[in-house]
Design a protein around this ligand. Structure first.
Ligand code: T6T
Length: 346
């Protein structure tokens, strides 16, 4: 089977978005809905994001909506207000009650979300994980995500280069048990250990809260006045680290590599507080995951692989104006997507 990631799609995202979702032939007569013989009912897919108000997941939802429009699926998007497995379990259970045909979810914890997702699968719902995964690969039909160990390694190499391969480095991480950020830290630690003149002083967990990330980073700056570099493992960690360095008046002196490419991160990069961003391709994750769900729901085709990996773009002040880079900056609303031709997946 040809994987979607192997195919090139040329389209204008915004025009297609405006075209709206294709609908199945459901007719209302006398207040009753019925589906004519031979017509297929519209399949319903619910995307459960990792958390609300995170431009990574907003961009992912734009790609998911685009694919839903193209494939004639109904898409609903849900998210909890905090990164918390118990809040997400309550939300997931409510979504299961609403009986969608498929659920796409970024699980908040690699272990705690196994059992609620098994219940969803047992209820007859097709489950796909996007971004994060769970430690049981018998539940989701596939995971669509970045290669997060690789991303952590890329961050280590970028930071090593920025600090001239010498000095102390620190990691601001989110919440242990989050598969993506666990793997980014792992990749970073493995790779940074290959630089003999770099000392890794360890990490803090900031509970996915930029204010906590900022105060923890400030404390590390006090404890290690000779700190050379910082890796923020996601959007909120990187934002918090940048705020602390700016506050300490040490912009440019301490190098920061941030994962993700939200608007505040881009502003920090342009202001010289952050030096490189490892941008994921969340639009492509959403686009590809909905297409996999459509293949399964509409054509009965199971995914050819268990894991589909999307790409990265390393964003710096030197390349940020390049349209091939700029199109991967995250958006707060789908209307902000560039008018350029897009090549989803990769
Ligand atoms: O980095 C992304 C995502 O990949 C991760 O799983 C959680 O944090 C983000 O959503 C950014 O805030």
């Amino acid at each position: 089977m040809t994987k979607r990631s192997d195919m090139c799609f040329k389209f204008n995202r915004r025009d297609l978005m405006k075209a709206g979702a294709a609908t199945a032939a459901v007719t209302a007569i006398g207040g009753l809905n019925y589906t004519p013989v031979g017509a297929q009912e519209t399949k319903k897919v619910t995307l459960i994001q990792g958390i609300q108000n995170d431009q990574f997941y907003i961009s992912m939802a734009c790609g998911a909506q685009q694919a839903a429009n193209e494939r004639g699926l109904e898409l609903e998007v849900q998210a909890g207000e905090k990164w918390d497995a118990s809040i997400q379990t309550t939300l997931l259970n409510a979504v299961v009650q609403s009986d969608p045909d498929a659920i796409l979810i970024a699980p908040n914890d690699r272990v705690a979300m196994i059992s609620p997702l098994r219940d969803a699968k047992d209820a007859g719902i097709a489950v796909f994980t996007v971004d994060t995964f769970i430690e049981d690969d018998s539940i989701a039909l596939a995971n669509v995500a970045s290669d997060n160990i690789l991303g952590g390694q890329m961050a280590a190499d970028a930071l090593a280069e920025l600090i001239g391969e010498t000095g102390k480095v620190y990691v601001s991480n989110t919440i242990a048990g989050t598969s993506t950020t666990d793997q980014r830290q792992q990749g970073f630690e493995e790779q940074i250990a290959t630089y003999e003149n770099i000392e890794y002083i360890g990490n803090d967990y900031n509970n996915n809260d930029p204010t906590t990330a900022a105060s923890q980073t400030s404390a590390q700056l006090q404890a290690h006045p000779d700190l050379a570099g910082i890796f923020g493992t996601n959007l909120f960690s990187a934002q918090g680290a940048a705020a602390a360095v700016k506050d300490a008046g040490r912009t440019g002196e301490i190098k920061i590599v941030g994962f993700d490419a939200g608007p505040q991160q881009v502003a920090d990069l342009q202001a010289g507080v952050v030096d490189a961003l490892i941008a994921q391709h969340p639009y492509d994750i959403g686009y590809q995951a909905v297409n996999l769900a459509a293949d399964y729901l509409l054509d009965g085709a199971e995914p050819a692989e268990k894991v589909f990996t999307t790409g990265y773009s390393v964003v710096t002040r030197d390349n940020i104006e390049d349209p091939e880079i700029a199109r991967y900056l995250y958006v707060s609303d789908c209307s902000e997507l560039p008018e350029t031709e897009a090549t989803p997946a990769g």
